[in-house]
Design a binder for this molecule. Structure first.
Ligand SMILES: [Cu+2]
Length: 185
């Protein structure tokens, strides 16, 4: 049995028994905590100095490269122009790898369908006060035709990725480079 199957069974058990804490959540993946990350935090919309429009296609982003400055607050407006559900998630490559496991479980449990998000299932308490809901300020999950926005404050110079962690999408090219650097470096 693969590790993933074991994790999946763990979730199913939590739902049925209403017990056992689940260790794999977006809140803990990559050593993050609610609302804050080493590379930044949820931004104050009134402090956003720039808006970047992102269009999500099957399976790539437009644009595929973004540059931000340390200390800058950016408003990202995101539109899903594809036929499938897509995600815009800002993080490190390591965070995305961890998130891909969660997304796989969501698909296996029917929470995520190729072109649809089962919002009611997402809100289901897994027995430890945690849900599969994606309310992390660094990510947004959109159904086909939907739009949304994220306001993020970048704090330090670093190399990040924006990515879609729905099974298969990252590997087929749904990832872009986001470099946070001082203007003259
Ligand atoms: Cu995608």
């Amino acid at each position: 049995m693969t590790r993933l199957n074991t994790l999946t069974k763990g979730i199913a058990a939590s739902i049925i028994l209403g017990g056992v804490a689940l260790n794999v959540t977006s809140a803990t993946a990559g050593g993050t905590h609610k609302g804050g990350h080493a590379f930044g935090e949820a931004g104050d919309p009134s402090k956003a100095t720039r808006t970047i429009n992102i269009v999500m296609h099957d399976n790539y982003y437009e644009p595929e490269n973004i540059t931000a400055k340390p200390g800058e607050t950016i408003r990202f407006t995101i539109k899903n122009a594809g036929d499938f559900v897509h995600e815009f998630n800002i993080g490190t490559a390591k965070m995305h790898a961890a998130h891909q496991e969660e997304m796989m479980m969501m698909v296996e449990h029917g929470v995520l369908e190729p072109d649809k998000i089962n919002h009611e299932m997402m809100k289901m308490d897994m027995g430890n006060g945690q849900t599969m809901e994606h309310d992390d300020p660094n990510s947004i999950l959109l159904e086909p035709g939907k739009s949304g926005e994220i306001v993020w404050k970048f704090t330090e110079a670093t190399s990040l990725e924006f990515a879609c962690n729905i099974p298969g999408h990252y590997d087929s090219g749904m990832v872009g480079q986001l470099s946070v650097k001082k203007p003259d470096s």
